[in-house]
Design a protein around this ligand. Structure first.
Ligand SMILES: Cc1cc2nc3c(=O)[nH]c(=O)nc-3n(C[C@H](O)[C@H](O)[C@H](O)COP(=O)(O)OP(=O)(O)OC[C@H]3O[C@@H](n4cnc5c(N)ncnc54)[C@H](O)[C@@H]3O)c2cc1C
Length: 442
């Protein structure tokens, strides 16, 4: 698989933690894990981050890099399905997160091409969903307006006071601030097992054991879970491409109702879209390129990539305790491709839980809420059972049949999202072991 635009133009550091014991172990050094580590270090906690590969090379290194509370069309849906109080929690949490990024990046002086921008949802056909969303956003106090855009006859829904950045530069910068605050990071240290005892947790990795009072699973999909999350999350694969351009034709960050998402970075146009279920066999890059060339003046292709995110049944992420019994282990997942602000929201909810503080948004995001989740779990269970018998190679996570993705040259798990390279090494969890006789997972 090719490297994303962000990974192509940044170098890893090769962090190796010397400490083996801390107050909190964070598993995963993506946007979520690093934000959690940062907030906890800032509160004086001793933190170790354990990362299977390099800082920021999971889904966080493959995003469009839009720091926004505009999550496609969600607020009308939330008002309708969850009521005003909970919809407001979602709006407040995510708009808070946008400002928290801006403040953190500015206060700590992290060089990551931060640009404050408006985010737009556009539609070339029926504009009534945009108007509904606009009314919902106004009701919830979000900074929005209906504005004209040059590429559509319809007005687009604009959210103001949003931002964009270079996600890998930000993560590399934040990692070094975590170290400055006394935290430790271990790269190429895949976690294989976690045991919770009465007073502490033991984490076994390929490079020895670590101990802590609390654990944060920030692994996109909570590793080592075989039922509680597995039955409810769906991996959705997204595609990105970067093209050289002579000039930036548009100022903001854009996403279509049924169309691509795009933004600029220097002399590059980034387009993201063509999401599909993991394991679907189609050439989404071809369609994405066709759309980009039709819409914009673009030059040569610079790179292309795919990455997935996990989707929860009711479109609200799961942030809170890892299982209903534990008070020591926490997880954040199910961001549905809107995980940049949610990474910060997760960090805040989990830091509050560890400190024993109330959090105003925790009930909305609780992984143990009920409702639509139960019936989806049953459906998901059936899907998993069906795919257990399919596929030439089996996933090391739960034995689901893997599908070979010829466009990225990876083996993909349609049920839970693990991905393996051609030699069977783990590229994306939740699997912690390779396949095809790969000796190690990296
Ligand atoms: C193409 C695309 C575009 C997107 N654009 C946007 C956007 O513009 N705005 C937005 O808000 N959201 C966007 N998203 C969603 C967002 O990128 C994700 O929700 C977010 O990056 C998830 O971050 P994370 O830290 O939870 O997961 P990740 O970044 O995947 O981090 C998880 C980390 O855990 C590590 N790990 C896994 N297993 C283990 C183990 N056993 N031991 C140790 N470490 C382990 C991984 O190596 C990885 O580094 C986009 C997603 C995609 C796919």
């Amino acid at each position: 698989m090719k490297r994303s635009l962000w990974l192509k133009d940044t170098q890893g550091i090769g962090y190796a933690a010397e400490k083996k014991k801390a107050d909190v172990i964070v598993i995963g050094a993506g946007l979520t894990g690093l934000a959690a580590a940062w907030l906890l270090c800032r509160e004086g906690r001793d933190v170790i981050v354990l990362e299977a590969a390099e800082v920021g090379c999971g889904t966080s290194g493959h995003t469009t890099g839009k720091i926004t509370s505009q999550h496609h069309l969600i607020y009308h849906y939330l008002l309708d399905q969850f009521g005003e109080e909970k919809a407001k929690m979602y709006a407040d949490a995510n708009q808070w997160a946008v400002q928290e990024y801006i403040d953190l990046i500015n206060n700590e002086g992290i060089a990551c091409h931060l640009g404050e921008k408006s985010a737009y949802v556009y539609s070339h056909s029926d504009s009534s969903p945009l108007e509904q969303e606009y009314n919902a956003a106004v009701k919830l106090g979000l900074p929005c307006s209906m504005d004209s855009v040059s590429f559509s006859k319809n007005e687009a829904l604009a959210f103001h006071r949003q931002a964009q950045f270079h996600p890998r530069e930000y993560m590399m910068g934040l990692a070094s601030k975590i170290i400055d605050k006394g935290g430790s990071i271990a790269e190429y240290t895949r976690v294989l097992k976690v045991e919770e005892k009465k007073d502490s947790c033991t984490v076994t990795t390929e490079k020895g054991s670590y101990e802590s009072e609390f654990i944060v699973y920030a692994t996109l999909y909570p590793i080592l879970d075989h039922t509680l999350f597995a039955m409810r999350l769906r991996p959705v694969l997204h595609h990105g491409m970067a093209f050289s351009v002579e000039e930036q034709e548009h100022e903001g960050m854009y996403i279509g109702v049924n169309d691509i998402s795009f933004r600029y970075y220097k002399n590059t146009l980034i387009v993201v879209g063509q999401h599909q279920h993991m394991g679907e066999e189609k050439n989404s890059y071809e369609t994405l390129e066709e759309k980009a060339r039709k819409k914009f003046k673009v030059g040569k292709e610079l790179t292309r990539w795919s990455a997935h995110d996990q989707k929860s049944p009711d479109r609200v992420p799961f942030i809170g305790s890892y299982d209903p019994m534990t008070r020591k282990r926490f997880a954040a997942t199910g961001f549905g491709a809107w995980g940049i602000t949610h990474a910060m929201v997760s960090a805040k909810i989990i830091a509050d839980k560890i400190a024993g503080r109330e959090n105003p948004w925790a009930t909305l995001y609780s992984p143990w809420r009920t409702g639509k989740l139960i019936s989806t779990a049953i459906e998901k269970g059936k899907d998993t059972l069906r795919s257990l018998v399919k596929g030439k190679h089996m996933c090391s996570h739960m034995g689901c049949g893997l599908v070979f993705n010829e466009y990225d040259q990876t083996y993909d798990c349609p049920c839970h999202g693990s991905r393996f390279d051609k030699d069977g090494k783990v590229l994306w969890g939740p699997a912690v072991k390779g396949i095809l006789g790969a000796k190690k997972s990296q």
